[in-house]
Design a protein around this ligand. Sequence first.
Ligand code: FAD
Length: 146
Amino acid sequence: MEMKELSPKECHAILQRAETGRLGCSFENQPYIVPVSIACDDDSIYVFATFGQKIKWMRANPKVCLQVDEIKDHSRWSSVVAYGRYQELPEPQFKQQREHARKLLQQRHDWWLNAVAERRIATKDVSVEPMFFRIQIDSVTGLGTE
Ligand SMILES: Cc1cc2nc3c(=O)[nH]c(=O)nc-3n(C[C@H](O)[C@H](O)[C@H](O)COP(=O)(O)OP(=O)(O)OC[C@H]3O[C@@H](n4cnc5c(N)ncnc54)[C@H](O)[C@@H]3O)c2cc1C
């Protein structure tokens, strides 16, 4: 098995195919990683999220990363890490970007959007406030075996 570095173009193609990514953030020297459903365009990774620890931490330290992979088996895989900056997309100032994010995410992640909406209605819990954010990609690295 030979490992090779992926080009930025290959990395972006893998990011755009990915449905789930592992979002890494950190606060006061403590890393934190959670899976999130993603959609990407050329510059950014979009996420629809509930408020909680990850948002608090990314507000405090917007330098984040996100990892995705495509694993066929132990000898055929690729993995991409995108480094970037967290940016929240509140209304009304990011109306256009929210709409763009919603459209991209809705193509694949209706289950997650619906799950959040249902939880919010069922619990009447304002902490289940839906929000959009993006990671503005600064750089990408990738490794793969094919
Ligand atoms: C396939 C998949 C897709 C997902 N897509 C999204 C998405 O698009 N948007 C989104 O907001 N969330 C998504 N989630 C849920 C996400 O991984 C987090 O669990 C959730 O967002 C809560 O994170 P938080 O930091 O707000 O946690 P909080 O509700 O603030 O809870 C913090 C505490 O719970 C623990 N915790 C939180 N999440 C996890 C976890 N996943 N695994 C283990 N411990 C955890 C933390 O260690 C911490 O102690 C997805 C999960 C899966 C499995």
